[in-house]
Design a protein around this ligand. Structure first.
Ligand code: HSE
Length: 431
C-alpha cells in the first residue's frame, strides 16, 4: 500500500523485541486506528544470528544502524540501542538529517542532547518523540504536554526508578539490607548489570530533567539536577521511618519558584498515608500538580518489554495519524533557559540519625549544634544503651529550615567527639 508507514528499528534487545511483537500482534488493529498500515521494513542489531523468536522474513537487515537511518525507504526510525552518545546518537542524528521521524526510549540521550536533537527535528520538520524514555509504559509525557496543557504546573514529582523502589520496598518488607536486596533485584533482572545508574539516582535524574522541560517549557538542564541515590539507606532508617509514620522513597522533584527551577533526586521521607508512599515494588508513579486540575497521579510499570513497547508504539501511532507534537511542550526554538534554584535554598524538615556515645551531655551537644543555626527539633528518639560504651542511634526530626543551615549544623555534628559515624540525613517531604 502506498501510504504504508515504513519503520526501521535500531536495537533488538528486550524493548526492540517487545516492540516488534506488539506491532506484529496488533498489526490489523493499529492499521484500523491509523487508517494506514504501520510496518517494520528494516531492523539493525549487533548479532544477526541470535535467536529472538521473531519472524523477520521480508525485513531488511542492516549491520550499520546509521545506514538504516539514512535509507530512503524508511519513514520512521525507532532507536532502542541506548546510551547517551556513540551509535545511538549518531543513528538519531542521521535519521533527523535525512528527514525521518524519530522515536526513542533513550532517556540518557534525551537528557544530555534533547535540546539540540529537538531543534534538529524541528528544522527538518519531523517528529522526535520519547514517551518510552520516561517511566516506561506510563504515558506521562502525553499527560503533561497534552492532557495538562491548560494548567500551569506547580510541581511534578515521582518515583522514576523501579529498581530503587523495589529495593526500598523489599528492605522494608523483609528487613534485609541494601546490598542483599540489590543482588536479588539483579537476579530478577530489574537492575542493570551495572546498577549504579539505578541506585545512584542517575536514571531518575535523566527522567526528571525531561519532565522538567515538559512542565516548565524550558531547555533540558540535566547538569543542574541535584542527585543522591539510595546506597546509604540502612534498615535502621527504614524502621525508624516506619515508626515515625513515614516511608522512604527515592523521588525526583521539580518545581518552579521565583523564576528558578528546582530539580532534585534523593531519598525522601513521605507520610505513609500519601498515595506516592504506597507505590511499591518496581512500579513507577508521577504526581503533577496543575493550578486548575489539582493533583493527578499516574502509576504503572516503568520498565520491561511490554510497557516500554506500549509507549514506543503509542508515539508511532501518533505519527501514523499525522499528529505532530513538539518533543517538549513548546517548539524547541521557544524553550526558555531558566536559572537553577540552588539546593542550599531548599526549605523543609529533616530526619537525622547519629550514632552517638550514650553519656551525659551528648544530647545537649547535639541540640546545641542545631540551635546554633536556628534549627528547631520536632522529635527525638534514643534507642538502647551500649553496655560496652558503643554508639547508639539518636534520631531527630526537625522543623522546616533552609538546607544551608542544615549543612552547617551537619558539619558541627560530624565534628563532635561523641558522634562516631557520619550523620545520616533524609529530607522530609510534605508534598
Ligand atoms: N532501570 C530502570 C528502572 C528502567 O529500574 O526503572 C528503565 O528506565
Amino acid at each position: 500500500m502506498s501510504d504504508t508507514l515504513r519503520i526501521g528499528v535500531a536495537g533488538l534487545g528486550t524493548v526492540g523485541t517487545g516492540t516488534l511483537e506488539l506491532l506484529n500482534k496488533h498489526y490489523e488493529m493499529i492499521a484500523h486506528r491509523c487508517g494506514r498500515p504501520v510496518l517494520v521494513t528494516a531492523v539493525s542489531a549487533r548479532d544477526r544470528r541470535k535467536e529472538r523468536g521473531l519472524e523477520l522474513s521480508g525485513v531488511r537487515w542492516f549491520e550499520d544502524a546509521t545506514a538504516m537511518a539514512a535509507d530512503p525507504e524508511i519513514d520512521v526510525l525507532i532507536e532502542l540501542i541506548g546510551g547517551s552518545d556513540g551509535i545511538a546518537k549518531a543513528t538519531v542524528e542521521t535519521a533527523l538529517e535525512h528527514g525521518k521521524h524519530v522515536i526513542t526510549a533513550n532517556k540518557a540521550l534525551i537528557a544530555h542532547h534533547g535540546n539540540e536533537l529537538a531543534l534538529k527535528a524541528e528544522k527538518a520538520g519531523v517528529v522526535l518523540a520519547c514517551e518510552a524514555a520516561v517511566c516506561g509504559g506510563i504515558p506521562v509525557i502525553k499527560t503533561i504536554r497534552e492532557g495538562l496543557a491548560a494548567n500551569a504546573i506547580q510541581s511534578i514529582y515521582g518515583i522514576l526508578n523501579g529498581t530503587s523502589n523495589f529495593i526500598l520496598s523489599t528492605m522494608r518488607e523483609s528487613g534485609r539490607e541494601f546490598g542483599e536486596v540489590l543482588l536479588e533485584a539483579q537476579k530478577l533482572g530489574y537492575a542493570e548489570a551495572d546498577p549504579s545508574f539505578d541506585v545512584d539516582g542517575v536514571d531518575a535524574a535523566h527522567k526528571l530533567a525531561i519532565l522538567t522541560a515538559l512542565a516548565y517549557n524550558c531547555e533540558i538542564d540535566f547538569e543542574s539536577v541535584h542527585v543522591e541515590g539510595i546506597r546509604e539507606i540502612s534498615t535502621i532508617d527504614v524502621n525508624f521511618a516506619e515508626e515515625l509514620g513515614y516511608r522512604i522513597k527515592l523521588l525526583g522533584i521539580a518545581r518552579l519558584s521565583d523564576g528558578g527551577v528546582e530539580q532534585r533526586v534523593h531519598p525522601c521521607m513521605v507520610r505513609k498515608n500519601k498515595p506516592i508512599a504506597n507505590v511499591e515494588g518496581v512500579y513507577n508513579a508521577v504526581v503533577a500538580e496543575g493550578d486548575f486540575v489539582g493533583d493527578i497521579l499516574c502509576e504503572g510499570q516503568g520498565a520491561g518489554a511490554g510497557p516500554t513497547a506500549s509507549s514506543v508504539v503509542g508515539d508511532l501511532i501518533d505519527i501514523a495519524r499525522g499528529i505532530r507534537m513538539p518533543t517538549f511542550s513548546v517548539p524547541a526554538s521557544a524553550l526558555e533557559r531558566r536559572p537553577t534554584r540552588p539546593m542550599s535554598e531548599n526549605y523543609g524538615g529533616y530526619y537525622l540519625r547519629l550514632m552517638a556515645l550514650d553519656r551525659p551531655g551528648v544530647i545537649a551537644d547535639i541540640t546545641a549544634a542545631l540551635r546554633d543555626d536556628g534549627i528547631s527539633v520536632e522529635s527525638m528518639v534514643q534507642r538502647g544503651r551500649g553496655p560496652g560504651g558503643e554508639a547508639v542511634p539518636v534520631v531527630l526530626t526537625t522543623h522546616e529550615t533552609h538546607e544551608a543551615n542544615m549543612m552547617r549544623a551537619l558539619e558541627r555534628l560530624s565534628a563532635l567527639d561523641s558522634v562516631l559515624e557520619p550523620p545520616r540525613l533524609i529530607r522530609i517531604e510534605t508534598l
